[in-house]
Design a protein. Sequence first.
Length: 335
Amino acid sequence: MESNLRPLTLGEILDRTAQLYRTNFLLFAGIFAVYAGTALVLNLAQLGITQGLKALHVAVWLQVLTGAAFVVKVLLVFVFAGAATAAISRAVAWVNLGEPATIRGAYATILPRLGRYMWLMVITFFMAWLPVIVLYGGYLSLIAFYMPKGFLAAPKGAQNPQMVVFGLVSIAFVLLLIPAFAYAIVMMLRYALSVPACVVENLKARQAIRRAIELSKGARGRIFVLLLLVFIIELVLVGVSQAFLFVLAIKNKGQLGPVALAVSEIVAFFTNSFIGPMYATGLTLFYYDQRARKEGYDIEWMMQAAGLTPPEPAGVNELEAPRPEPPAEPGNGHE
């Protein structure tokens, strides 16, 4: 059983990520296409409802249904995005250890513990982004408080104490937002390996967080480089694929028709399916790299594969993790 377990440099991890992604493109993109397809259907449905209500001139129902549809969409997108991330981690773990993997097999393995993965992602999200959420919530509350008073409509040159207070609070908001974002990035890097740890080692959410904090020590700078590279790739790809939308918006003075918006959503489906697996793939490789560096996992795996050591107890080693029946034809198949 071929595997690629050994301590790697940053360049080797990036090369390995690209090599795994290229040779298993249909597998990884197919896993993430489940999430991207769900987001596409929900966005097209919301677009259709909005356009239909506009045609019927039902302004009140337009606001109510748009708000309700947005809430439902966010919840469903979060669930499917979390499931896709966990499934990618599971598939990358199998492929990296030289085992066969399929789209169906990856999802069938993670679905029984989907609630655990969702809870893990909720905890890590709020632990990282709570300061930013609090700042935005306070600032939006301030706007909601002052808007009915009409302070923005005050004549130019007139003394307006409320405008001065609002301006000072806005400056404070921007200044506080910088360290809040820096804190969020640092915390994200601490928890970056929590999903692979939870999936591979079958850990509960808080155990996976503690495990990720320990494993990520010494690798957070390299993980940040991975995050930055994926962000740049996404920025360039989205900019190129959605360029037609910006051109149409300029030509039509910011107004876009339903056909253009629908085409934009379809294009987004392909870009999300393409970009989505990259970060999860790299993080899973970082997880194995840190285990090899800190715990000698590469030696342990080779000895176990050679039958020189007994397997670890169930729930600890990924070889013992429950998985569905193997497909009829092994390899990088896809359903």
